[in-house]
Design a protein around this ligand. Structure first.
Ligand code: FAD
Length: 499
């Protein structure tokens, strides 16, 4: 029987996406069976941003077998328990989208439904008082889960903030040890077969590199998926209007906070990402509502420390490729598309794509049924994340600038309208299990953005009110005691993973 195995893979691009792919592929495929090669051009460089993650990254870290303390040390990382959204619902407003549990579910009904009832009756504190991660953020505390029975300390969900450049270097080291061949050079040409499959890429040196399967990690331009394959792009600017970011790192200002801060501004929003050695900052904006110069000034005015470089403007179009996998080319990272960094989902989407690639790993036949299914699942994942991001912009009381007036009144995807309508009625979230953001995330952001449901889950009224009040006070106390027990974020880093 003819050997139909994929024996040569070329990854084009050595940014976060390229090296995430390289580390995963070299870990899973033995070098004897399949050669993995990565081509990158230092002259072109990487986008160099992308420093905040979500807890799912721990699955990827496990897959490639990295030692978490070593990784935190080498990428000068800090821990992330939440995103704090300031001025999003209204000027002066603030809420956390926190990782992990909220309160304690009772009788099979999520805690937040009980809280909605008691809050309406004026018998409950703010939701943060029942949420371990939010309370820990307020007190700048952090620790990993410990074996503590029913205590909230036994289930702490966290992610990382890291230096994107150091992260790529870290993964490069791991991949090269596992057999990755790295080639320095600029791809200047691609050769396609009669059937439109890529056969080889040519470098500026004249070298030709052939492979069975190509992974396009070349960034926004999509060197293979777009320039060679002409796959096409779905533009989502009508829903996600920001198209620019200006970025600048600055000096640290005190101990790092264990969360990303996102502050809404006149024409977009500003991120603040604490690392061990600096703070990463950026202003994501729509250039129809402000100028690059004004955006730079807004960013610089909003820094907590001295800038460490000149501000850099990055332009993008929110959206995705019409196909993420086309023939023998798979696009990852910015080459696949970009939805903007509001909920730190891009790195997650690379890891989710890699996991799906392993599920649908091709043979030389490149079965179209598998490719179609890969694309179908990926489109679903992207669209539901898109809706979650659109929610932040659309559900706001802010009308103090043309940008926010536009966001309030813009049409939104029908699935999102449906989710908002259902939540408004009874706090339920109309989602399916395979969507990335869970009910709690939707609740935190809907409520945080000022959508207050008329009612709550029907079964809540079966619970005696005085007993509920007593239980909620108990939960609040347990949360406070647990956070008191946690060390400060800085102490945890110093003790376990100081750079
Ligand atoms: P790039 O970093 O652009 O890398 C492209 C690579 O391709 C480079 O190595 C380049 O040299 C190479 N290349 C290009 N052309 C050629 C050629 N002709 N020949 C050879 N090599 C070539 N994601 C998150 O998860 N969290 C965040 O907080 C976050 N923040 C972001 C903020 C902004 C403003 C932006 C724009 C993105 C952000 N992202 C974030 C997304 C994140 O940056 C990307 O997902 C991630 O960095 C992956 O980038 P990449 O590897 O796809 O592309």
């Amino acid at each position: 029987m003819k050997d139909k195995r994929i024996k040569k893979i070329i990854i084009v691009g050595g940014g976060t996406a390229g090296y995430m792919a390289a580390a995963a592929l070299t870990k899973v495929l033995s070098a004897d069976n399949c050669q993995v090669k990565l081509i990158e051009s230092e002259q072109i460089g990487t986008v160099g941003v992308g420093e905040a993650t979500i807890p799912q990254i721990q699955l990827y870290n496990k897959l490639i077998g990295l030692d978490e303390n070593d990784f935190v040390r080498k990428t000068k990382a800090t821990f992330k328990l939440a995103i704090q959204f300031c001025d999003w619902d209204k000027l002066g407003g603030s809420y956390y989208h926190a990782f992990g549990d909220v309160g304690k579910d009772m009788e099979g009904v999520q805690f937040y439904h009980y809280w909605l009832k008691m809050r309406k009756l004026g018998k409950a504190a703010g939701i943060d008082d029942y949420t371990l991660s939010s309370m820990a953020c307020e007190k700048r505390k952090f620790m990993r889960s410990m074996d503590a029975g029913n205590s909230p300390l036994s289930n702490i969900a966290y992610a990382f903030h890291f230096d994107a450049g150091l992260y790529a270097l870290y993964l490069r080291e791991l991949s090269e040890k596992a057999g990755l061949q790295r080639v320095e050079g600029k791809v200047v040409d691609t050769e396609l077969s009669d059937t439109g499959f890529i056969q080889s890429v040519t470098l500026d040196s004249g070298e030709v590199h052939e492979a069975d399967f190509f992974i396009d990690c070349s960034g926004f331009r999509g060197l293979l998926i777009e320039e060679a394959m002409k796959t096409g792009y779905d533009d989502w600017s009508e829903w996600l209007p920001c198209n620019s970011a200006v970025t600048v790192p600055c000096e640290n200002a005190g101990d790092p906070i264990p969360y990303t801060r996102s502050t809404a501004k006149k024409a977009g929003w500003q991120w603040r990402i604490p690392l061990q050695h600096r703070i990463g900052n950026g202003y994501v904006y729509c250039n129809k509502f402000t100028t690059d110069e004004e955006a730079k000034q807004t960013l610089l005015d909003g820094l907590d420390g001295k800038p460490l470089a000149e501000p850099r403007v990055i332009r993008f179009t929110t959206g995705k490729r019409k196909q993420f996998w086309n023939k023998n080319v798979l696009a990852l990272g910015l080459a696949a598309g970009f939805m903007e960094p509001l909920e730190s989902t891009s790195i997650h989407l690379v890891q989710a794509a890699l996991s799906k690639l392993f599920t649908f790993f091709p043979t030389l036949s490149f079965d179209q049924v598998d490719i179609d299914e890969y694309n179908r699942q990926t489109v679903f994942e992207w669209e539901r994340i898109r809706d979650f991001l659109v929610l932040h912009y659309h559900a706001t009381e802010r009308d103090d600038s043309e940008f926010w007036k536009h966001c309030q009144t813009m049409p939104i995807p029908p699935e999102l309208s449906h989710k908002i309508e259902q939540f408004k009625r009874n706090g339920r979230v109309a989602r399916t299990d395979n969507e990335m953001f869970n009910d709690l995330s939707w609740f935190e952001v809907m409520y945080g953005q000022g959508i207050i449901p008329d009612s709550y889950h029907a079964l809540v009224d079966n619970f005696p009110e005085d007993e509920l009040e007593r239980r909620m006070q108990g939960i609040q106390k347990v949360m406070a005691n647990s956070v008191d027990y946690m060390p400060s974020h800085q102490t945890f880093i110093d003790k376990n993973c100081k750079a």
